[in-house]
Design a binder for this molecule. Structure first.
Ligand code: HEM
Length: 507
């Protein structure tokens, strides 16, 4: 009895201490947030929704209404100027739309990617996702080591060798479109180009034939689910604490696991082939295996690290390109005069031939302009962010170090002061003789952390578009929306539903 009394008294005291400790910690955190507010509140910015959550409720509201957060960033940039402040808990995010500052921040290796965003992609709701792969690596050493190993798989010489696969996979899309044209069936262009880009990355990067235009696959849905998961995890600090979200969170974890177990299987198969002395391609998978430590004593962390890059390339290598293609088709269908002009160029350069060569791509100048203009209005990866440790002055505003800087290609690409008649789709903005946009157009980011797959993506996009324009007339089914969907990346909400017809050639 006495023991029980002593125990309960100890527990009560411990509980009281714990409560006091929590209360003091809470108070300290409140003071810290207040201190941060005082440090940064001289920077212009919209009013906070709440002391703790800062502007996060605005983002949550926009997401709930299926809106585009980037439109809010754009609106605030127009209202509050080239640098403005947003708060989430004790974090400070400054949105910068000043070309000079964009140049300074993106071109220099001294500003690392920011922990606030990129660490949140390490895990998705507790399940490891893209860890410290090439996109999310923050520390310069970790990133640079991987980038050096990966570079050869993106050299011009290597990319030239991929033209066969780009042609072959795009040809499968043409077969599919031909069937749809023959049966007068509507084509969901986003879905179709998604299959092609996923087929291409699986084949080119990992040596696997998925043939998604003929086979069903869980991958497109899994990728979409993971991307949505990132958006919620990053923008809504309370998301995982609300029971109504738990079924979705479970789905996200399952999708993550599917991608990682697939990676583990494909890596195992490749390593067995290597150990058997088989002739294996020098593709992205081979390079991924090289990024891990020595092959003999591979630790569990090495294995996980390879999977980080597997998932990174599986997603980065297809989603953004597919969305760009879908937006491009949508805009061409809305602009018959641009469609005619680009089709004429394709006819002149490619004519009736089936195999498009690397040299042909260089001659498709207007098609390049069309693809660039597509990414101006619809930058499928809409922005990037960096951590700034030292003080800075932007546009005369003193910015004390210790903040996240967000750079939005979406916002800058749609600002009147950089691009007149911003929403007008006008590929001539990117005419070879036109002045180059000065650090206000960066759909592939800029500087050391710019997209490794830029040339890969634009070669693939050109092959697909050139074949499409060569063979088919397409038009949008009336009544569909031109709105965007924000899944972290941007995609056309409608799916770009078209009727396709075989082109009639004029003699
Ligand atoms: C239209 C297509 C594409 C667009 C718009 C795009 C855009 C971007 C952007 C904006 C970044 C910087 C991300 C950030 O700062 O967080 C990036 C990074 C990256 N992208 Fe792409 N990308 C595309 C296609 C591809 C393809 C096809 C691949 C691979 C085959 C790829 C691989 C990568 C990698 C590995 C990085 C990280 C680079 C590094 O930090 O060293 N991307 N991409």
């Amino acid at each position: 009895m006495a023991v029980f009394a002593v125990l309960s008294s100890v527990c009560a005291t411990a509980f009281a201490w714990l409560l006091s400790f929590l209360f003091i910690a809470f108070l300290a955190y409140c003071f810290y947030i207040k201190y941060i507010h005082m440090k940064y509140d001289h920077i212009p910015g919209p009013p906070r929704n709440s002391f703790f959550l800062g502007h996060s409720p605005t983002f949550v509201r926009i997401m709930k209404n299926d809106g585009i957060v980037h439109n809010k960033f754009l609106e605030w940039a127009e209202t509050y100027g080239p640098v403005y402040r947003m708060n989430i808990l004790h974090y400070i995010i400054l949105v910068v739309t000043c070309p000079e500052a964009t140049k300074e921040i993106l071109m220099s290796p001294k500003y690392p990617k920011d922990r606030f965003l990129y660490k949140r992609m390490f895990n998705l709701f507790g399940q490891r996702f893209i860890g410290t792969g090439l996109v999310t690596a923050i520390d310069h050493e970790t990133w640079y080591k991987q980038r050096r190993i990966m570079d050869p798989a993106f050299s011009t010489l290597y990319l030239r060798g991929l033209m066969g696969t780009f042609n072959e996979r795009a040809e499968k899309l043409m077969d599919k479109l031909s069937d749809l044209a023959d049966s007068s069936t509507q084509a969901n262009m986003l879905q179709l180009v998604n299959c092609v880009t996923l087929d291409v990355i699986a084949k080119v990067a990992f040596g696997v034939d998925l043939d998604l235009l003929s086979n069903n696959s869980p991958f497109p849905k899994a990728i979409e689910t993971c991307l949505k998961g990132i958006v919620y995890q990053v923008r809504d600090s309370l998301f995982q604490f609300k029971p109504k979200n738990w079924p979705f969170i479970d789905e996200v974890r399952k999708a993550c696991r599917l991608l990682r177990t697939t990676g583990a299987q494909w890596i195992r198969d490749r390593r067995t082939a290597m150990q058997n002395g088989d002739d294996v391609p020098k593709d992205i998978l081979t390079q991924i295996i090289k990024t891990a430590a020595t092959e003999k004593n591979m630790s569990e962390e090495d294995e996980e690290f390879m999977l980080d890059n597997f998932v990174t390339f599986f997603i980065a290598g297809q989603e953004t390109t597919a969305n760009q293609l879908a937006f491009c088709i949508m805009e061409l269908a809305r602009h018959p005069e641009i469609l005619d002009k680009v089709t004429k160029e394709v006819d002149d350069v490619i004519g009736m031939k089936q195999e498009i060569s690397y040299d042909d791509l260089g001659k498709l100048v207007y098609l390049s302009q069309v693809l660039k203009e597509t990414l101006r209005i619809y930058p499928t990866a809409p922005g990037t962010s960096r951590e700034i440790h030292g003080d800075m002055i932007i546009d005369g505003v003193h910015l004390p170090g210790g903040f996240t800087c967000m750079l939005s290609s979406y916002a800058m690409g749609r600002m009147e002061k950089f691009f007149k008649e911003t929403l007008k789709f006008d590929p001539d903005r990117f005419h070879p003789d036109a002045p180059k946009p000065y650090y206000c157009y960066f759909p592939f980011a800029l500087g050391p952390r710019s997209c490794l797959g830029k040339n890969f993506a634009q070669m693939e996009a050109k092959v697909v578009m050139a074949k499409l324009l060569q063979r088919f007339d397409f038009s949008l089914i009336p009544g569909q929306t031109f709105d965007l969907q924000d899944t972290g990346t941007l995609r056309p909400k409608s799916g770009v539903i078209c009727t396709v017809k075989h082109r009639k050639y004029k003699n």
